[in-house]
Design a protein around this ligand. Structure first.
Ligand code: NAP
Length: 449
């Protein structure tokens, strides 16, 4: 059986791994629009989380298997399309779950100094589409959202240039970081402490950053009946609230930076003329129907930058059906569902399958479940036979279209370059951040087109 996987992030690569773990004679081609594998692990995970980043080694071991080929720098929807895949493969697993940041939808979002968390994250992680900005100049900053992405943003804003310099970020990120000056960070959650989406391990990490006081107004931690009930049912919420209470009880130790955690606080407007100068925040409460309502009072925070980390909205994938009310592609345990029924041979894994939730490891069980669905369909004779199953026809097609793809060996050349550049500077790696430079280095490898 020949399977194409679209997206070389954790969802796609774990799906390839799950296919290899079956009794089937299977070969898998993994495509990514970028020249590099690992997706979210390379471009989403914070660089001060080297343990999570090391998942890239597990993913690499899967891509190194003889039954798997990597085709980097090949964009689904542009370089290859749905008809190509149907012609060459028995099945396709879409795992290119790149959603778009959810807009805040408040006035002032367009001001200089107002950013999505993704703009910051992709920049420091050296994503080729990211643009260098000046946000590190702000002394007072607001971060909006009570999820792990918001925590990543706050923690990274507190990292010193030396700390960032020890990681794998591109060299110019280290240079820019020398101007980092955040002293006062306001982390805003529109609901209460019990409803926060943070995971406790990530939360506790905040307190481990040096030279920082965490400040919480104890009044923010008073629980309403819905919060009390949540604590009884949800262990994670209980642990989070214990952490908040411990922080609220700690006296300030006069550190030079402060993180203020505000609950029941939602942004109403980012203020300023060209540049962010402040954030108008409204106090909230939950009504008897558990709906978020204004409590009445407002306050103005003085900030020069705002980062929104309020989740994601799905991005359209050519050829895949959309449910406007859902954050994932309509599917039945990975089997893609159109309005008129199952799309034969078409599957989803990762965020495309379940929406923007879960940690990296969630992708493994999730991809394994998709592969089980695919195998059940294969056994039931439900996969359409491809017209051109010969594996050689795929690189021939890409060559014919003049697509300079990056093979696994070529990626290894780029990988070795980044590691050696990093090692020369006493760092773990120095990422190359433009596609042009990546392609130059990758194509120095043996067998380059
Ligand atoms: P998330 O966990 O869904 O959190 C989004 C937050 O934004 C929620 O607190 C939500 O509040 C809030 N929000 C939504 N719309 C808002 C608005 N208009 N105004 C103010 N607040 C608003 O999403 P995420 O942080 O993007 O994380 C996505 C997934 O990646 C999660 O599963 C997360 O655990 C995972 N992740 C994991 C790690 C890690 O393990 N280290 C790191 C990063 C991300 P409501 O609850 O009130 O809607």
């Amino acid at each position: 059986m020949r399977v194409a996987v679209i997206g070389a992030g954790p969802g796609g690569i774990y799906a390839a791994g799950a296919l290899l773990g079956t009794d089937l004679a299977v070969s898998v081609d993994v495509f990514d629009r970028l020249p590099t594998p690992s997706g979210l692990v390379r471009y989403g995970v914070a660089p001060d989380h080297p343990k999570i980043k090391s998942v890239a080694e597990t993913l690499a071991a899967i891509l190194e298997a003889p039954e798997v080929r990597f085709f980097g720098n090949v964009a689904y929807g542009t370089d290859i399309n749905q008809e190509d895949l149907a012609r060459h493969y028995d099945a396709v697993i879409h795992a290119s779950g790149i959603p778009d940041p959810r807009p805040l939808g408040i006035p002032g979002e367009e001001l200089l100094g107002s950013y999505t968390a993704d703009e910051f994250i992709t920049w420091y992680n050296g994503h080729p589409n990211a643009e260098l900005s000046t946000f590190l100049d702000a002394r007072q900053v607001a971060v909006i959202g009570a999820g792990n992405v918001a925590l990543d943003v706050v923690r990274m804003l507190l990292r010193t240039a030396d700390e960032v310099g020890a990681t794998d970020v591109p060299d110019d990120v280290v240079t820019t970081w020398k101007r980092a000056s955040a002293e006062e960070i306001h982390l805003l959650s529109r609901r209460g402490p019990a409803q926060a989406e943070f995971t406790t391990v990530e939360l506790r990490e905040l307190a481990k950053v040096e030279d920082v006081d965490i400040v919480i107004d104890p009044a923010d931690l008073e629980l309403d009946p819905a919060g009390e009930q949540l604590l009884e049912q949800d262990k994670a919420a209980r642990r989070n609230v214990e952490v908040f209470r411990a922080w609220a009880d700690e006296p300030s130790t006069g550190q030079s930076r402060r993180v203020h955690l505000h609950f029941w606080s939602r942004p109403r407007a980012i203020t300023g003329t060209e540049q962010v100068e402040g954030l108008e925040v409204e106090r909230t409460a939950l009504n008897d129907d558990d709906q978020l309502v204004a409590e009445g009072s407002r306050e103005q925070l003085e900030v020069q930058a705002v980062f929104s980390a309020v989740g994601y909205v799905p991005r359209l994938v050519p050829g895949l059906p959309v449910d406007p009310d859902a954050t994932a592609v309509p599917n039945d345990d990975g089997r893609v569902l159109a309005s008129d029924g199952v799309v034969p041979g078409c599957y989803v894994a990762g965020w495309l399958k379940r929406g923007p939730t879960g940690v990296i490891g969630t992708n493994k069980s999730d991809a394994t479940a998709t592969v089980a669905t695919l195998l059940a369909d294969a056994e039931a004779g439900g996969l359409p036979a491809p017209a051109a199953p010969d594996p050689d026809t795929v690189p021939a097609l890409l060559d014919e279209r003049g697509i300079a793809y990056v093979s696994w060996e070529q990626w290894l050349e780029l990988d070795a370059h980044e590691l050696s550049e990093g090692s020369n500077q006493g760092r773990v790696r120095s990422k190359v951040a433009t596609v042009e430079a990546m392609m130059d280095i990758a194509h120095r490898a043996r067998g380059s087109p």
